[in-house]
Each structure stands twice: as C-alpha cells, then as structure tokens.
Design a protein around this ligand. Sequence first.
Ligand SMILES: [Zn+2]
Length: 179
Amino acid sequence: MYSNTHPVNVLKFCPRCGSVHFPATGNRSFQCDDCSFNYYVNSSAAVAVLLFNEKGELLLTRRAIEPHLGKLDLPGGFIDPMESAEQSAVREIQEELGIPVHSLKYFGSFPNEYVFSGFSVFTIDLAFFAQTENLNEMTAMDDVASFEFHKLQDIDPKEMPSISMFNIIKELIKREGTY
Ligand SMILES: [Zn+2]
C-alpha cells in the first residue's frame, strides 16, 4: 500500500473549501464532495547539474538539510513555476555554489520520491551537463554544506541515498564515452 508520507495518507481537507469530505479518487487524484474541487498529484520537475573538473571527476555536494542531511547529492533543485529547466539549472548553481554556468546539454530524466516535511513529493529530475570557467571560485551556500569531486566509479551508493541521483551516476557510467 502507500507509504505514510504518500499524499493519499497525508491530505485530509479540501484546499479550496476546507471540507473534510475530500476522498482520494485513485492513487494520484482527489475530489471534494462539497465543492467538486479536483486535485491531482503530478511529478514536480527538478534539475540536477553535471559539472566535471579537468580530471574528469564529477562535482557532488553535501546536503545541509533533510532529507539525507550530510549525504552526497548533485547540485540542483526544484524548478520554479513558469521557469524553464535551463533557467532553473543556472539559478540553482548560482544560489548553491555562487558561480555562473552555461552551455547546458540535456542528459536524461530520472524519477524520485522525495520526502520533505513528512510529505512525499514525486519528482522528475532532469539532468543537464553544464560548463563553467569558475570551478575554482565555488562557495557552498543555501542547502549545500560543502562540495567535493569524485570519480564516477568511486561513488558509494550508501553516501548517495537519493534514488534518482544515484541512477544518474549509473547512467553516466553506462554511457561513458558517448557524452
Ligand atoms: Zn471543497
């Protein structure tokens, strides 16, 4: 059945009229019995940015927030409403690491269930390669505690608990030499 944090087990009231008669009508939708408001649980779009140093090592960050506080992650985050994925990638790197990136190139999309404040947010994480001339000017900020570079093959899955982020690493290894 659904996890405790799945929307079906968390959302109790209609967000429009406040009615308690707000049943799930499937695994990803709700309809209010009183005002007919429909609410759908869709994937939230997010970006992950792939930056390599001159030795071919990938930039990873240490999370400054839950979930997975202190564990490895890729830089990136949720796409704002009405923002493009490319704009989001540039903004997130500026916010988290304080440097500009450019020449974004799409790599692939990776689904995830991201549990934040006791609520499952289903995400689709869009991975982009990016370029920068400012790697040696990075500063960890925002929800990033620190950063480090790793060879793809040396990344420990236990240190990278996010399923989508680790699947990006696996796909990078599988497709090495093609990008
Ligand atoms: Zn309602």
